[in-house]
Each structure stands twice: as C-alpha cells, then as structure tokens.
Design a protein around this ligand. Structure first.
Ligand code: 3Y8
Ligand code: NAP
Length: 248
C-alpha cells in the first residue's frame, strides 16, 4: 500500500498534491517552515525540518513511508541531499520532481555565475539600480557593493534589520510579465540578480529583463547527487503505478 512523503514548497509540489488528493492516495506534504503562512495543501501537512538525515530516516520508518518524492526547489540542495542519503539508508524508493532550468533565449543578456558570492562580484563598480530577486536568506554578499540602490523581494515582511539599505517588496508570487515590467520601469531597474529556478512561477522577471534589454546575473543551480528525476506530475504518477487524468 503506497504511503508517500512529498517534500514540497514549490508550485510543482502543489500540483502533485492536488493529483494525489484527486486519486485518493495516502501521502503527507512537507514544508520546511520558511514562510509564515504557506499555501494550504489538500493533503495532511507537516511543517519544519526532520533533524537531518537521521531525522528523515526515522520519520520514514515511524510513519511507514513507502515512497519519497522530492518536489523541493532546485536550490533546496541540503534537503535534496538528505533525501538521497535517508532513502538509501532505509531502502525507500526516491524520485525528484524537478523542472528544467531556464535556457537563455535570443535577446537575453545573462551573466551566468556559480553562486550568490559570484553574483555580487559580477555587479558593476559604477552605481546601478539592482533588483535582487533571490529572496531573504542569502543576500549578505551584497554588503560588499554598497554603491548600488537595491530592491529586494521577500515572501514575508523582514523581521530583522537588513544587512544593507534596500527597498523590500513583499510578495509570494507567482509573478506576471506586466507586473514585472511595471515594477522594473517605475524603479528604473538596470540590473537583475536571479536564481535559475526554472518553472513558470518566477520566469516573468527574466522575460521582462529581455524586453527591457536589461542584464541578468543568473545563478546556476547547485550540483545534486544522482537520483531518479522527472519533470512532470504525470511521470510521478506513472512511477507510482497510477494512471492519471493527465493523459499519462
Ligand atoms: C516555503 C511556499 C506557489 C508556489 C510559489 C516556484 C514558484 C513563487 C520562485 C522572485 C523569486 C525565491 C523564493 C521563489 C519562488 C514560487 C513558489 C517560488 C523565489 C514559497 C513557499 C515557501 C517558499 C520559501 C522561499 C525561500 C526563498 C524562495 C522566495 C508557501 C512561496 C526568492 C527563490 O523568507 C524566506 O525564508 C523565504 C525563503 C526559500 C529563497 C530565499 O532564500 O529567501 N522560496 N517560497 C517553503 C517551505 O517552507 O517549505 O509559502 O506557500 C514557494 C514558492 N517560491 O504556491 O505557487 O514554484 O518556484 N521563492 C529564488 O531565488 O528563485 C522568488 O522574487 O522573483
Ligand atoms: P535547504 O537549504 O535545502 O534545507 C535546509 C533544511 O531545511 C533541510 O535540511 C531541512 O531540515 C529543512 N527543509 C527544507 N525543505 C524542507 C521540506 N520541504 N520539508 C521539511 N524540511 C525541509 O532548503 P531551502 O532552500 O531553505 O528551502 C526550504 C523550502 O523552501 C523547501 O520546501 C523548498 O522547496 C522551498 N523553496 C526554496 C527555494 C530556494 O530558493 N531555496 C525557492 C522556492 C521554494 P532538516 O535537516 O532538519 O530536515
């Protein structure tokens, strides 16, 4: 009898949860507890870390989990690594639901960098108006470039003082092209820093940058251990041996 653990926190994970609920499958949806009011899911939901690899392995055993689906964000590297280790330890089948990275299209002006430190280093020396579309957790490296005017975008209002002066937009996405164009034009944005999240939920800023001819410092994804990986909910359901209404 299938009992799945969905490591969630993305739009794709929400689509998967809806399909599980429609199919009446037994599953638990898991958030890391990063945001104040995560979206409700149509499945029993847990919020918070497991306590590393051992905590996740214990959870799998105690909860009788038969399959783990890692539907976390491509930059949630620690969670994904822990899932690979805990599933190997417990002999639990694991699959990742992970959308393809965005690829630069004609007209894009991307500077691809390996991580957020390289992204800060890639900004120009001359003062610029920078939209940091990388959330709240990893903005400290930009302290090194105080000459710029920064706009940040967080899911929740900041609870602690920012490490540098910046204007904060509070919005959880998904974002629209018109909304991104409007924001960039009214703020006179000249540079954008983004993670290569992939998917549609945050793609609009990349399309808006191309339309406005703005450079994007694009942070490449962290390397993850080898694991079975698909890009669609239908492939997950097939993997579980369930036919779906998604035409699989
Ligand atoms: C808690 C769940 C949905 C899901 C929405 C997707 C789309 C919008 C793109 C920008 C970039 C960013 C950020 C982003 C995207 C979707 C999706 C996606 C980027 C929620 C959510 C949780 C989180 C955690 C949050 C991080 C932050 C990152 C904001 C819910 C809304 C910037 C990633 O305050 C914090 O600590 C926030 C932390 C991890 C990265 C960071 O370092 O700040 N996501 N985002 C999940 C959990 O607790 O397990 O609250 O409902 C989910 C979504 N975020 O409902 O359609 O599917 O990718 N999320 C990045 O750099 O790309 C926004 O502003 O343009
Ligand atoms: P991370 O750095 O990879 O994980 C750090 C620790 O947070 C994990 O070791 C685990 O703690 C806990 N954790 C993370 N995701 C969890 C989940 N879904 N359920 C239970 N515990 C979880 O994670 P992150 O990058 O901060 O991402 C946190 C959440 O936000 C994930 O759900 C992710 O899908 C979502 N998200 C992240 C980004 C991003 O840019 N990183 C973007 C959009 C959405 P323990 O070790 O104690 O188990």
């Amino acid at each position: 009898m299938t009992r799945a653990l969905i490591l969630g926190g993305t739009a794709d994970a929400s689509l998967l949860a809806a399909e599980f609920a429609r199919a009446g499958l037994d599953a638990v949806y898991s958030y890391g507890g990063r945001t104040r009011a995560p979206a409700d899911q149509p499945l029993p939901t847990r919020i918070g870390g497991f306590g590393g690899v051992s905590g996740l392995a214990d959870y799998i055993g105690c909860e009788g989990i038969t399959h783990v689906i890692d539907a976390t964000h491509p930059f949630a590297a620690e969670m994904s690594r822990n899932a690979v280790e805990a599933c190997a330890e417990t002999g639990t089948p694991l699959i990742a639901l992970e959308r393809a990275p965005w690829a630069a299209a004609p007209g894009d002006n991307w500077i691809e960098v390996a991580d957020v430190n390289a992204a800060a280093a890639a900004l120009p020396e001359a003062p610029a108006i920078v939209f940091l579309a990388i959330g709240r957790q990893h903005i400290a490296p930009f302290v090194a470039k105080p000459q710029h005017t920064y706009t940040l975008r967080f899911v929740d209002p900041p609870e602690t003082p920012l490490p540098f002066p910046a204007d904060v937009i509070v919005s959880r996405g998904p974002f629209t092209l018109d909304g991104e164009l409007e924001m960039m034009r009214t703020r006179g944005i000249t540079w954008i820093v983004a993670r290569n999240s992939g998917g549609d939920g945050a793609r609009a800023k990349v399309d808006a940058a191309r339309m406005l001819g703005l450079p994007v410092i694009m942070i490449s994804r962290p390397r993850l251990p080898e694991r079975l990986r698909v890009e669609s909910v239908a492939e997950i359901m097939q993997w579980l041996g369930h036919r779906t209404c998604l035409g699989a």
